[in-house]
Design a protein around this ligand. Structure first.
Ligand code: MN3
Length: 259
């Protein structure tokens, strides 16, 4: 990012920005992460370092989600699939002119208007990178249950009840033909909605998907997410996934969502 930000600036300004970066770094690890989180994405669950997106570590051990999701599936899903999206996103961004500091959310918001030579690369790999970062972040061991506080209330307002929301989200996951995702997202009116998208699309992609907004919970229903353990039984995987949802984290993302 540094080169991108500083590319057109004079040496004098470079020194100025360098001093600001040092001042941020002096705040400690939280401070020095600030610039990376800002460029990587407003939600802060992505990692952007030295001009490249970085595969984030899983926030728990690969075996921590067993028995709902087995360790081998997690290792391959994170270490191979998500790593692949990360590398391919960086390769795609190498062919793209971007405004300095543009977040991935903003880039995905205008992906439909990108030149055809780069559009699919950013759509598939930018989506794949973002979606999986959100996916790991919103699961955890000893989670599940129902959200409380503001998010719990918002779900009741938008869907009538948590049970009704759960049914709608499970149906979106079950009826997605082939590979894709089911989403809970904050729409432009501030209400919560459920949708599903094919492949690595998501509700940020204006002009490409129905149901635009800020995703706060995503469920991966690609076969690579469950096939080793569940084979063709997607519904069983979806039912088990509910026991993993980290509602505390989803609530934070809801509170931070811009719409
Ligand atoms: Mn996946």
């Amino acid at each position: 990012m540094e080169n991108e930000l500083l590319g057109s600036r004079t040496r004098r300004e470079f020194i100025g920005v360098g001093a600001a970066a040092l001042a941020l770094a002096a705040l400690g690890p939280g401070g020095s992460r600030l610039s990376a989180a800002t460029a990587g994405g407003g939600a802060g669950f992505m990692r952007f370092e030295e001009g490249k997106y970085v595969l984030p570590d899983l926030p728990y051990a690969a075996s921590a989600l067993e028995p709902a999701i087995d360790a081998r599936t997690m290792e391959i899903h994170h270490g191979k699939h998500h790593a692949g999206y990360t590398n391919n996103l960086n390769a795609a961004l190498g062919k793209l002119e971007q405004p300095a500091g543009e977040t991935l959310e903003r880039l995905l918001g205008r992906v439909s208007r990108l030149d055809a030579s780069v559009r699919d690369g950013v759509r598939n790999n930018g989506g794949g990178y973002y979606n999986h970062c959100l996916f790991w972040e919103t699961m955890g061991p000893g989670a599940g249950g129902e959200p409380k506080d503001r998010l719990g209330e918002a779900i009741k307002v938008s869907f009538g009840s948590f049970a009704a929301f759960r049914e709608q989200m499970s149906a979106a996951a079950a009826t997605r033909f082939g590979s894709g995702w089911a989403w809970l997202y904050v729409g432009g009116d501030g209400k919560l909605y459920v949708s599903s998208t094919p492949n690595q699309d998501n509700p940020l992609m204006r002009g490409l998907v129905e149901g635009l907004g800020t995703p706060i919970l995503g469920l991966d229903v690609w076969e690579h997410a469950y096939y080793l353990n569940y084979q063709n039984r997607r519904a069983d995987y979806v039912a088990a996934w509910w026991s993993l949802v980290n509602w505390t984290r989803v609530g934070e993302l809801y509170a931070a969502a811009k719409y």
